[in-house]
Design a binder for this molecule. Sequence first.
Ligand code: NI
Length: 140
Amino acid sequence: MKVTVNRKAHFNAAHRLFRPEWSDEKNLEVFGKCSNPHYHGHNYDVTVSVTGQVDQKTGFVMDMKELKDIIKTEIEDVFDHKNLNEEVPEFNSSASGLNPTSENIVVVIWKKLRPHINKSHDLAVTLYETPRNFVSFNGG
Ligand code: NI
């Protein structure tokens, strides 16, 4: 019997979407307001979903306290109140890092969490950049 447990988390972060080799006009055309050279912030919401067998003895798929602590250490402490382009190595603009789009952020989050989740469990992450714009990744 497989059940999915979900934990919500939140972080505020600044970013800028741009290609350094493109002009400001081209960046504005492709990335819109998210290309602002002076950065801007988003209130990101995250849902982490872990699917697996319910343990016969505990009745848990996984201990939610443990999941909470993993999310705090791996995601909130790393992303909250940070400038993603400047302070998170995966997105480091000066080292040709990834553009911090929702798509790239959700994959980075998934990769940071995966090693800490039981191998027999499935992991999916949903990231909300705004209440209406959200992306999800399950490793596929
Ligand atoms: Ni943005």
